[in-house]
Write a protein that binds this ligand. Structure first.
Ligand SMILES: *[C@@H]1O[C@H](CO)[C@@H](O)[C@H](O)[C@H]1NC(C)=O
Ligand SMILES: *[C@@H]1O[C@H](CO)[C@@H](O)[C@H](O)[C@H]1NC(C)=O
Ligand SMILES: *[C@@H]1O[C@H](CO)[C@@H](O)[C@H](O)[C@H]1NC(C)=O
Ligand SMILES: *[C@@H]1O[C@H](CO)[C@@H](O)[C@H](O)[C@H]1NC(C)=O
Ligand SMILES: *[C@@H]1O[C@H](CO)[C@@H](O)[C@H](O)[C@H]1NC(C)=O
Ligand SMILES: *[C@@H]1O[C@H](CO)[C@@H](O)[C@H](O)[C@H]1NC(C)=O
Length: 842
């Protein structure tokens, strides 16, 4: 293990002044899947949550969360935001371990690591593994796969995916070696025919659970349980000699996959939840079992049976203070609502969180509120009228020091409350969303409108958000983008001369996927010029707001004027980058490979524009907000500038190469700052220029944004020196400062946020500059941005260009109003509607 510090070489190249200081734009509701929440067993108030693609968070005493992975996922290290497991050291509340890595297939080129913090997540060291870790893979809600021996803090076990078996450290996580005596490395592949490797990978090991009540052997806990994704031979293994030898537990259930295995030390019992799918989207059958450690007796304690059992079980919370009391969650009960069961007699009897009285009436034994994220009420609960309690509930925890305090993770947010024991008395509990500070959205588009709305954010799974002014950035929005609500929005743009006119695109074929607003993005309407088969891609609004140009993911580039039917623009290649002039309604621009295109007739036809020197790849096009015809084009060779509507270009700068998104924002006085993601003297980073691109300053510092090729970027149109970065899984960051030549002066961004989000200044990982590495990352990110950040949306197994025709296997999601993935089922299965939001291959 070595600590990553900024290398001296790197420091020498970086301006001496600090980079900007970054903070999240606040939504207050998380916005994506929380596979796991872990409480420290011995120190009150210490708990962590992991997000599948957006790192980890630490719980604060006021129910808010603080991100703790913002220093470890810079560009080439983007995959460190994928967290497949968390473990705490029972003997030291400052120590946190995490298994990091995003995918085990080709989408992630890097091997994984076990990260360790000894200061509650402020700084990290890394022990590299010789194989990959899959924080955003199937089965990411099982676990935890990582565990610290309660009798010996130097001993850590990790159950790997992909057939790599069980791994053990005996030196406090510095090195890990293979436990070769553990030979069942799993049998289950979710879909063996998936050629991307995403669903065909061997699921491997699922959890490691120590029996802290067992004797110690040479200073180590003797009894250890390991779960395996194997529903053919056995799935729960035991060692009684501190990990030397292993055998399957006798009498264990011979079906399904165990998701959670929790010890109740006072009862000397294990509780386990099982599902017939590996999660997090599936499960149509399952069970809950109790294993008595004293008598070795297995008892089936499944809360429901028969036609009431139409789901698998995921989250499992044991009340450590009250032996016999536990809660379990239906992993996915998509309709009519999620379900949680509670028992106070070791599973002999259960009571549900809701039940039918006489259909369609039901008793809900809970009250629900979302004070930290009102948009969840407006845009989810009020709309669907079911699924209020969530979906993908793999994590359900009772605070080991407070039987009233409970938390659970869903596909959308974190929920929970502070009166859980009321369940046993008045049978009614108060549940609230408690994700304040968790910002895990995958951002797909960003813009700031000069003289208009300060920030428009298009996101995956949660549609998008409008922040009318800078003073709103710290306040959770009252609504997300609705009517139409696209689930995933893919792009947003404004009309430069009529700045209240906004257009956005969505990613769900089946309804019209263009929304327009004439009040700056406060309210919207459907553009009925769009067909129901075109979706995705990017939009550009003409300067006067009469014409929408749409580079779709499905049907090439389309154009509509005055909301007429969108027609194909044959003079542009499919998936071309597009932009509108912000001052002259006649001009649109486009780019593909190395060719720049111009339209001077309002987008009707395009012809090749000026040449871009030695550039071979156009990555992004942006247009000056107030000067007609001033176009900036980012390329592999640098940034090119045209001041004549794209007729000719000059190389503005080659100080940055491999430049991705670029943006203009208000600078000091009447000038405009330039912002760009690219490779410069401080590495692959966000740079700013206040002198028209002559000199560039590192604005990013040690802040992580994930892969720079996947970042969205906007300069403020209204606030001097303010700039926004949209990430794939950590929401939107913003910062404000003055760029002075080669250095910066950061000013603190004003915020009325109630969250205690702060950026943790941690270690720096030197990014590689390999061109092939960069393009690999870019490909990966464009896939994952749209399809894999998880709430209602299923992960798909193919790139966005082929989602419409791809095939998924048994139990996989294949449709639903908000679903964007594969819609065909493998042979032998048909896509069956379960509810408006979920169809499944059965
Ligand atoms: C660990 O892996 C990272 C990323 O793959 C790499 O940059 C780093 O050099 C490796 N560390 C060691 C000690 O090998
Ligand atoms: C670890 O050990 C298991 C069991 O012997 C073996 O199947 C697996 O291939 C090993 N993994 C690695 C990466 O060596
Ligand atoms: C194992 O699980 C898979 C997926 O649910 C299922 O198709 C298969 O029938 C199961 N096998 C056994 C032996 O239960
Ligand atoms: C439980 O409490 C909530 C909120 O106070 C209320 O809306 C609900 O009707 C109660 N449930 C029952 C079954 O009384
Ligand atoms: C146990 O739960 C049942 C059903 O919810 C409840 O009636 C009973 O009062 C509870 N017992 C205790 C000791 O809390
Ligand atoms: C940048 O360009 C603008 C417009 O051409 C000009 O007004 C300004 O003085 C330039 N700034 C610098 C530092 O050269």
């Amino acid at each position: 293990m070595r600590t990553f510090n900024a290398l001296p070489l790197l420091l020498a190249a970086v301006p001496t002044k600090a980079a900007f200081s970054w903070t999240n734009v606040h939504t207050g509701g998380g916005g994506g899947f929380i596979p796991s929440i872990v409480f420290h067993p011995k120190t009150q108030g210490v708990a962590y949550a992991r997000a599948d693609i957006g790192g980890m968070y630490k719980l604060n005493s006021d129910d808010s969360w603080t991100p703790i992975s913002d220093g470890i996922a810079q560009d080439a290290s983007w995959h460190n935001w994928g967290t497949d497991a968390l473990a705490l050291d029972p003997e030291n509340a400052d120590v946190v371990y995490a298994a990091l890595g995003m995918y085990t297939n080709s989408w992630d080129p890097n091997n994984g690591c076990i990260a360790k913090s000894t200061d509650q997540g402020s700084t990290w060291t890394f022990s590299n593994l010789t194989f990959k870790v899959g924080g955003n893979m199937p089965g990411r809600g099982t676990g935890e796969r990582l565990a610290v021996d309660p009798a010996n803090s130097d001993i850590i076990y990790f159950g790997a995916r992909s057939g790599h078996g069980l791994w053990k450290s005996t030196d406090g996580g510095v090195t890990f070696s293979n436990v070769t005596s553990f030979t069942n490395t799993g049998t289950y592949r979710e879909d063996p025919s998936d050629t991307t490797g995403y669903e065909s990978d061997l699921m491997g090991l699922l959890f490691v659970t120590f029996d802290s009540t067992s004797a110690t052997l040479n200073g180590a806990t003797s009894r250890i349980f390991v779960g395996v994704a194997d529903n053919i031979t056995a799935s729960v293994y035991e060692s009684t000699d501190a990990g030397s030898t292993w055998a399957p537990l006798a009498g264990q259930p011979g079906a399904f996959f165990p998701h959670k295995c929790r010890l109740q030390p006072t009862e000397k019992a294990l509780y386990l939840t099982y599902s017939n799918g590996i999660g997090p989207y599936d499960g149509t059958d399952g069970a809950v079992w109790r294993y008595d450690l004293t008598t070795s007796v297995w008892t089936d304690i499944t809360p429901v049976s028969g036609s009431n059992l139409y789901f698998g079980f995921g989250g499992l919370g044991v009340d450590i203070l009250n032996p016999g009391t536990l809660v379990v969650a239906a992993l996915n009960s998509w309709w009519p609502n999620a379900q949680i069961f509670r028992s106070n007699n070791s599973g002999a009897t259960w009571s549900p969180l809701w039940e039918w009285t006489s259909y369609p009436s039901m008793n809900n034994y809970y009250g629900l509120s979302t004070p930290n994220a009102p948009w969840i009420q407006t845009s989810f609960w009020d709309v669907t009228n079911d699924e209020d309690l969530g979906w993908m509930i793999e994590s359900l925890e009772i605070d080991p020091f407070d039987s009233n305090h409970w938390l659970y993770g869903t596909g959308l947010t974190i929920m929970g409350g502070h009166d859980l024991t009321n369940w046993d008395t008045v049978h009614n509990v108060s549940i609230a969303t408690l994700a304040n500070g968790v910002e895990e959205m995958a951002v797909t588009g960003l813009t700031s409108v000069p003289g208009g709305s300060e920030l428009l954010v298009a996101v995956g799974d949660d549609s998008g958000f409008t922040y009318v002014s800078s003073s709103n950035l710290g306040t959770a929005p009252a609504t997300n983008w609705m009517t139409p609500e696209f689930s995933t929005s893919t792009s947003v743009d404004y009309a430069g001369l009529t700045v209240a006119d906004i257009v956005r695109s969505g990613n769900t074929a089946g309804t019209q996927q263009i929304g327009v607003s004439s009040n700056g993005g406060s309210t919207w309407s459907i553009d009925y010029g769009a067909t129901t088969t075109a979706y995705g891609g990017t939009v550009a609004y003409s300067a006067s707001g009469d014409t929408v140009l749409w580079s779709t993911a499905s049907q090439g580039v389309l154009r509509s004027q005055y909301t007429s039917t969108f027609a194909s623009i044959s003079s542009l290649p499919a998936t071309a980058l597009i932009a509108s002039d912000k001052q002259n309604d006649n001009y649109f621009y486009a780019g593909s490979s190395a060719t720049f295109y111009v339209s001077s007739n309002n987008g009707e036809t395009f012809a090749a524009g000026g040449s871009l020197g030695s550039a071979t790849q156009i990555n992004y096009i942006t247009v000056h907000p107030t000067t007609a015809g001033k176009v900036y084009v980012s390329t592999n060779a640098g940034i090119y500038l045209s001041t004549n509507f794209g007729s000719s270009f000059t190389l503005l700068t080659s100080a940055l190469t491999n430049v991705y998104q670029i943006a203009l924002g208000v600078g000091s006085g009447s000038t405009w700052n330039l912002y760009a993601f690219g490779t410069g003297p401080a590495g692959n980073k966000l740079y700013g220029s206040a002198d028209n691109g002559s000199t560039w300053t590192d604005l990013q510092g040690t802040q992580s944004f994930g892969a720079i090729s996947g970042c969205q970027l906007a300069g403020s149109g209204n606030v001097a020196g303010q700039v926004y970065v949209g990430t794939n899984g950590r929401g939107v960051f913003y910062a404000k400062g003055t760029i002075t030549g080669g250095s910066t002066t950061a000013t603190s961004t004003s915020s009325t946020s109630t969250s205690s989000v702060k950026s943790t200044s941690t270690s720096t990982i030197l990014s590689t500059k390999s061109t092939s590495g960069t393009s690999t990352t870019q490909t990966t990110l464009s896939t994952s941005t749209v399809t894999t950040h998880s709430s209602i949306t299923s992960s798909t197994t193919s790139s966005s260009s082929s989602v419409a025709t791809c095939t998924v296997g048994h139990y996989a999601q294949c449709g639903g109003e908000t679903y964007t993935g594969c819609t065909s089922c493998a042979s032998g299965y048909t896509c069956q509607v379960q509810n408006p939001y979920y169809s499944q291959c059965l």
